[in-house]
Design a protein around this ligand. Structure first.
Ligand SMILES: *Cc1c(COP(=O)(O)O)cnc(C)c1O
Length: 386
């Protein structure tokens, strides 16, 4: 039997140290619960960063993966496969009505969106906003205006313009030279900051006036995380294209760029590609996920439970602000460091959460929880805050 100390030493020796891991070794998951190597049970309010939105090892997801894995795992995009094509049809019908390009991750979906925008308007600028996060690959990183993430990797991809997410800044930045405006409707990695609806509307208008593409990054906000299937459904501002990933595969790696009709013919054969993308197994898992998250009753539940979580958090000592859309929740704390609080929650309260900054904790619970889990999490956070 490997001990935790041995595994940690092996991790240090073998894995390039880009992650400062939290002190837990998980071996099993079911619904909103995780178990560590010693059998201790945890309540998971992070879901692998909004990935396991339908809960861990959802029986429908497990069955879909098992069945497809026993039938066909991979053939590449050189041939037709039905799970992928039917998934694309489902995604476009549930969103923008254009067409879909599949990827294996969120950052790759963003790369596809950036290439699409440049293909549609050669040499055009991409306008992005401060506090945004779009991934770690070069294009996605260039769209993520954070000094600490970008500076060590300069020079970045040229042609990105970073602005504050305000109506005035948008109206100044978007011109005839703009190929796209890229935004998260609710910024996730920066600590759950919703972009004001008037800013989203201004972006829509500016893009219409100057012939630019409005692209929403719904990698974290999508698939009912904020209540409605897509966050833009909730604010009534429709983009020209959007990205999805994280929760789509129920834990398997899959992402997608979804276009509206205006951008469905931009890419030509040979313009873009991916060996793995759209594989039958992740697509089968995604069908099972959509069966669950497309349900309007779930959307209502997510909204209700999110309110309950927000109201509970607002009552707690040391909590200075709560930002919430559905079950995407960030809260700020004072007199206690968020990373310390998160470690205390994990080790003493067995609640999984994460710190997005020195004073901000983020909660992304499974969408299939009930009142008992929300109240249980609130009790644990209250206890950890002392
Ligand atoms: C997580 C995330 C990404 C990057 O996705 P990866 O799968 O980690 O590449 C991009 N955009 C947003 C909004 C995200 O939350």
């Amino acid at each position: 039997m490997t001990s935790f100390d041995e595994l940690r030493a092996l991790d240090r020796a073998s894995i390039i140290g880009t992650y400062a891991r939290l002190p837990a070794w998980f071996v099993r998951g079911e619904g909103a619960r995780l178990w560590d190597h010693e059998g201790a049970e945890y309540l998971d309010f992070l879901t692998g960063i909004s990935v396991s939105s339908v809960g861990h090892c959802h029986p429908q997801v497990v069955a879909a993966i098992r069945e497809q894995a026993g039938q066909l795992i991979h053939t590449s995009n050189l041939f037709y496969t039905e799970p992928m094509i039917r998934l694309a049809d489902r995604l476009r019908r549930g969103s923008l009505g254009g067409r879909v390009f599949f990827t294996n991750s969120g950052a790759e979906a963003v790369e596809a969106a950036l290439k699409l925008a440049r293909r549609a308007k050669e040499g055009g600028d991409i306008v992005v906003v401060h506090g945004g996060f779009h991934g770690r690959t070069y294009g996605a990183l260039s769209a993520t205006p954070q000094e600490s993430k970008q500076a060590p990797f300069a020079p970045l991809v040229p042609g990105f313009v970073a602005i504050e997410p305000t109506v005035e800044a948008l109206n100044r930045a978007v011109t005839e030279r703009t190929a796209a405006v890229l935004l998260e409707p609710v910024q996730g990695e920066s600590g759950v900051h919703p972009i004001p609806v008037e800013v989203l509307r201004a972006a829509r208008e500016a893009c219409d006036v100057h012939g630019a593409a409005l692209i929403f990054d719904e990698i974290q906000t999508g698939l009912a995380r904020t209540g409605p299937l897509w966050a833009w459904h909730g604010v009534g501002v429709e983009p020209d294209a959007m990205t999805t990933a994280k929760a789509l595969g129920g834990g398997l790696p899959i992402g997608a760029l979804i276009t509206g009709p205006g951008f469905e013919d931009v890419f030509q054969p040979g313009d873009h590609g991916s060996t793995f993308a759209g594989g039958p197994v992740p697509c089968a898992a995604a069908h099972a996920v959509l069966d669950i998250v497309e349900d309007p009753a779930l959307h209502t539940r997510v909204a209700e439970l999110g309110e309950r979580l927000r109201e509970g958090l607002q009552e707690l000592p040391h909590v200075t602000a709560v930002r919430q859309r559905g079950l995407m929740v960030g809260f700020d704390v004072e007199d206690v460091a968020a990373p310390e609080l998160v470690t205390r929650l994990l080790e003493e309260q067995r609640l999984v959460a994460n710190a997005t900054g020195p004073a901000t904790v983020r909660l992304l619970p499974p969408l299939v929880i009930g009142e008992a889990e929300v109240d249980g999490a609130l009790e644990r956070i209250a206890a950890a805050l002392g």
